[in-house]
Write a protein that binds this ligand. Structure first.
Ligand code: HEM
Length: 357
């Protein structure tokens, strides 16, 4: 280890390596990483770093005095990482424009703080505690504010909102789905395919189709099931799946939508309804007088006719609406990102290109 005697990391080359590493870290942060979105490029960025550092290490090993050169390479890489990390942390803690919002210190620096806190799948209670401690606007991630103010719903999801879906919605990437489409134009185009399966005419046809199964269910409940066989339905009604498959057949580029939208149809068409039904039955179990009132109201009404239900069962409708309020299917999540003009919620201005929950 000759170089240690001659160079206790203080020769000009070592000093220059430290300076070069620090400058590269600052340049990368302020020239690139500080702008735009990087989450989809994370694997590419990691591989590019590994290749660059591997290349530097190999090159230094091949030169004369490999151990000294290796030390220089080590200093260069360490200085780069240390400067990049401290530059990012300093920016978030001292200069980032969301720093005026209160919140846990560590959440300002990394979203991993929140991930750790929500590790037992009780994010709602983590957020409730943050709300009690910090108020209606809480800084919950480096570039994220969680808003508890009631105006948030119209502000981020109302018809005139300019917000787009936040980075979280890239979770199916590279597959695409209607609900995860972040670009408004792309979403509107895809929505046209879905709408064909949910037009008034299509819903009427489904109704006729389901009626056969409802009648069969009634027979089953009455104890007269015919070997559990489902009745054959002579009607062939094109449904959402039909339109989505037609679209995928028409254009090879659209096949990546088919997988994502199939996941969406299965999840969106089952889970939210289950959550609301469980909520309704829980509340009715705790308050049997409401159950009795619904029973009285629905007696004599044709339950398989949605129009009759809507017209004659106002109490049942109120119970469903209240269950939707008490048991939201998305109690947390649904992140939105503010547009170029930022966003005002309850008199508080949130800057542009920031996420709100
Ligand atoms: C009580 C029942 C339901 C509730 C409370 C509910 C709630 C929601 C919510 C909150 C979203 C927005 C999700 C987000 O932005 O991340 C959504 C989207 C969606 N839901 Fe439902 N849902 C219900 C039933 C259904 C059913 C039965 C279907 C049938 C397939 C369905 C299909 C969809 C679709 C396709 C989307 C995406 C719409 C778009 O992005 O344009 N939902 N739902």
């Amino acid at each position: 280890m000759k170089f240690i005697n001659l160079c206790p990391f203080a020769c000009d080359l070592c000093k220059n390596a430290v300076i070069l590493g620090a400058l590269s870290g600052l340049l990368l942060h302020h020239g690139f990483f500080i702008k735009g979105e990087w989450h989809l490029l994370a694997p590419t960025v990691a591989v590019a770093h590994l290749c660059a550092f591997g290349g530097i290490a190999c090159f230094s090993w091949m030169l004369a005095e490999p151990s000294h050169n290796f030390a220089i390479a080590f200093l260069l890489i360490t200085s780069y990482f240390a400067t990049l990390t401290s530059s990012i942390i300093t920016y978030w803690v001292s200069f980032h424009r969301l720093r005026k919002f209160p919140g846990p210190r560590l959440a300002q620096v990394s979203k991993l703080w929140h991930v750790w806190k929500a590790r037992h799948s009780r994010n709602y209670s983590v957020l409730q505690n943050l709300h009690s401690r910090y108020g209606d606007f809480v800084h919950t991630g480096p570039s994220e504010v969680t808003v508890f103010h009631p105006d948030v719903f119209m502000a981020i999801d109302g018809p005139r909102s300019s917000c787009i879906k936040a980075e979280w919605y890239d979770l199916l990437h590279p597959q695409m789905a209607l609900v995860t489409a972040r670009d408004k134009g792309t979403h509107a185009n895809r929505r046209r395919q879905w709408n064909q399966g949910f037009s008034a005419k299509a819903l009427e046809q489904y109704e006729a189709k389901f009626r056969v199964h409802i009648e069969h269910l009634e027979v089953c409940v009455a104890g007269d099931a015919q070997g559990g066989k489902l009745p054959q339905d002579p009607r062939r009604v094109p449904d959402v799946a039909h339109y989505l498959m037609e679209d995928a057949r028409a254009s090879a580029n659209h096949s990546s939508w088919l997988t994502g939208d199939s996941i969406l149809a299965v999840v969106a068409g089952s889970e939210p309804t289950v959550v609301v039904l469980v909520g309704i039955f829980r509340e009715l179990g705790r308050n049997p007088t409401h159950a009795a009132r619904i029973y009285q109201e629905t007696r004599g009404v044709d339950l398989s006719d949605p129009r009759a239900l809507l017209r004659d069962c106002r109490y049942l409708e109120a119970v469903i609406t209240e269950a939707l309020r008490l048991y939201p299917v998305l109690p947390t999540g649904g992140l939105r990102k503010t547009a170029a003009e930022g966003l005002a919620i309850g008199g508080v201005y949130i800057l542009n290109y920031k996420s709100c929950i």
